[in-house]
Design a protein around this ligand. Structure first.
Ligand code: SAM
Length: 276
């Protein structure tokens, strides 16, 4: 099995869209009138979910009419939120075909299929022309990317001069050797964490400048802490990302928190620019 297939199978197999619809029904959400906000507990599939997307968006210079690229778009939640908030257009690409299928069907449900276009593919080989986009972002994707030089090089290639590029990830901590399972890997296979300083060096090598790094560990810990508390009280929301993480979800969330506390991982948000 190729690494790409293994990574895709790790994230989502089978009919992910059907699973989401079934859970919506259980949660009492009507698919015919569902809103972007109602989808958010599931389709912002990264640490802290929707609030983290909102904070990232607050920090980005997105303008009405911009064309953005979401590399590793998952179910397309962040893309739909940005389109609704900024009246922009987002092209998404993801290596997991069942996620792309679900992303496009969810966009149809909320009437956004012409503004959010997701396709199946690898961020290490983007199917877009040079200097196409006004900005790009990749949220919680790079932990699975073996060749960061190629991945960042592709991102830089498809961005216009002056465009922003934003990245959130679990970097490798000072101590290293994360406990598994974690969201991006069950046993360490397909995981390629890098120390934040090395990520910055790779971004510079790809051509990015004005690189700003923010530690997000404390905020993630608060988010994981709330999720663990709700689960322990038996009050976890019916419509939540546990439907994507599967049976190991409780252990995955506990390990994600413990890895930060023990400095095995070092989560960051990075914003940089392609020089004009
Ligand atoms: C934690 S999910 C994040 C999804 C989305 N960015 C979000 O924040 O909601 C990680 C995603 O990265 C995707 N992914 C991993 N490696 C990739 C690659 N080389 N190219 C494109 N997508 C990739 C996975 O398929 C998965 O959808």
């Amino acid at each position: 099995m190729t690494d790409a297939k293994a990574i895709s199978d790790h994230w989502g197999k089978g009919d992910v869209y059907a699973r989401i619809l079934d859970t919506m029904e259980l949660a009492g959400i009507d698919p015919n009138s569902v809103t972007v906000e109602q989808l958010a507990p599931v389709d912002h599939f990264h640490a802290r979910g929707f609030p983290a997307t909102v904070e990232l968006a607050d920090a980005l210079p997105i303008k009405e009419g911009d064309r953005l690229v979401d590399i590793g778009c998952g179910l397309g939640g962040p893309a739909r939120y940005l389109v609704k908030r900024f009246n922009c257009h987002v092209d998404g690409i993801d290596i997991t075909a069942p996620f792309v299928d679900a992303a496009n069907k969810l966009s149809v449900l909320v009437g956004m299929e012409s503004a959010v276009e997701c396709r199946h593919g690898d961020g290490q080989k983007l199917p877009y022309g040079d200097e196409t986009f006004d900005g790009g972002y990749t949220q919680h994707v790079t932990m699975n990317v073996p060749d960061r030089d190629v991945f960042f090089g592709e991102a830089c290639r498809v961005l216009k001069p002056g465009a922003f590029f934003a990245l959130t990830e679990h970097g490798l901590g000072e101590v290293g050797e994360p406990h598994h399972p974690v969201p991006w890997s069950e046993d360490g296979s397909g995981a390629y964490l890098m120390r934040p300083a090395d990520t910055v060096a790779a971004l510079e090598k790809a051509g990015f400048a004005d690189i700003e790094v923010a530690d997000t560990g404390e905020k993630y810990l608060q988010g994981y802490g709330r999720a663990i508390e709700l689960a322990e009280k038996g009050e976890a929301p019916v419509f939540g990302t546990h439907i994507l993480l599967g049976k190991l979800a409780p252990q995955i969330v506990r390990n994600a928190a413990r890895n930060i506390e023990e400095r095995r991982t070092h989560p960051v948000q990075i914003i940089c620019f392609k020089p004009k």
